[in-house]
Design a protein around this ligand. Structure first.
Ligand code: PLP
Length: 357
């Protein structure tokens, strides 16, 4: 196994992959793989329900919320959120802090009126707009923001205080630390970063927000239909759901959210400290808003980028290229990336400066 810093699909815990491999041909003495089970079977329903309960335990999600396991990724939520929550002639407030919020805004505009309540585009998304500067719409259907911008490496250090239901794209930071779900109307997160394999998206939605979809919303895209059917209106991504459940168990074994937070702060802290002190690498994000999951950085000389990536790959440090839209480097250090991987990366970066700096 090499160290994988991919932003997504991302590293999964060794323990989870080993368990999955060991039961690939024979799950629990049943003589078949989970992949081959009916989603309506007693065994599979137990797997699905356990996964949901473990997620509820990890984030302390109350019964006021439905937990859905859907397809279509976070990008489909960019559409499902307005389809379900905007209402006829409604207005939704969006905060723009980078590439992913921009995409959410673009998609929502297909369904109704969007007010961009705040944006940090003018400073190249290197900071989060202070809440008192947000131009919120009285009576808005909801307020949408992106707590962690995966590409820019920008993370809110607060949960916005708003009157309308708060909607958050937690794709790249869910489960990285404790989260007060009760502050939100809806949270969504594509799985392939901190939850499990690609192909599934977790939606946590307050039950009073169900049943607001207009008549033309496709059945499959109506949160209420999915909630009423336990996310099994049709065949769900059964295996991705199962592996997500194994990750939830693994997180519980690690000590849950408080333990992950301590570890993640340590991992990110040492990487940023090294970058800031190096005189060769740099990160442009205002310090208090630096992501603890995605750490972008650039080299003093961009002509060395290719060499850096090739040598890192050779050293067993995979997928360090920044997003194709911004270039540079990015180390995604999700839960399943061990602290030893961060130590190895820092050692490599130091060595690289000595040889090329
Ligand atoms: N939102 C954020 C914050 C992301 O990081 C990503 C993917 O990287 C997406 C949305 C899109 O996710 P998906 O590929 O699941 O549609």
């Amino acid at each position: 196994r090499r160290y994988n810093f991919c932003a997504g699909p991302a590293a999964l815990p060794d323990e989870v992959l080993k368990q999955a491999a060991s039961e690939m041909l024979d799950y629990n003495g049943r003589g078949l793989s989970v992949m081959e089970m009916s989603h309506r079977s007693k065994e599979y329903v137990a797997i699905a329900e356990t996964a949901e309960q473990d997620l509820r335990d990890l984030l302390d999600i109350s019964d006021d919320y439905a937990v859905l396991f859907l397809q279509g990724g976070a990008s489909q939520q960019f559409a499902m959120v307005p389809m379900n929550l905007m209402g006829e002639n409604g207005v939704a407030d969006y905060v723009n802090t980078g590439e992913w919020s921009s995409r959410g805004i673009k998609e929502a505009r297909r369904y109704g009126r969007v007010n961009v309540a705040a944006s940090t585009e003018d400073v190249r998304f290197t900071t989060v707009p202070a809440q008192d500067s947000w131009q919120l719409t009285p009576g808005a259907s909801y307020v949408h923001y992106t707590p962690n911008e995966t590409i820019g490496g920008l993370e809110y250090d607060f949960i916005p205080q708003v009157d309308a239901p708060l909607v958050a794209d937690y794709s790249s930071s869910i489960l990285s630390r404790p989260l007060d779900v009760s502050r939100f109307g809806l949270i969504y997160a594509g799985a392939q970063k901190n939850i499990g394999p690609a192909g599934i998206c977790v939606v946590i939605v307050r039950k009073d927000l169900l049943g607001r979809a207009g008549p033309h919303v496709p059945t499959m895209l109506d949160y209420k239909v999915q909630a009423d059917n336990g996310s099994m209106y049709n065949t769900p991504p059964t295996y991705a759901w199962y592996l997500s459940g194994l990750v939830f168990k693994w997180l519980k074994q690690q000590g849950g959210m408080p333990a992950m937070e301590a570890l993640n702060l340590r991992k990110a802290g040492k990487l940023y400290d090294y970058i800031d002190g190096s005189g060769f690498y740099s990160n442009p994000v205002e310090k208090r808003y630096r992501s603890i999951m995605n750490v972008p950085f650039v080299l003093a000389d961009a002509a060395l980028d290719k060499t850096f990536l090739a040598e890192a790959d050779q050293a067993g440090l995979l997928n360090l290229a920044g997003h194709r839209s911004v270039g540079g480097m990015r180390a995604s250090i999700y839960n399943a990336v061990p602290e030893a991987a961060v130590d190895a990366l820092i050692a490599f970066m130091k060595d690289f400066v000595q040889r090329h700096g």
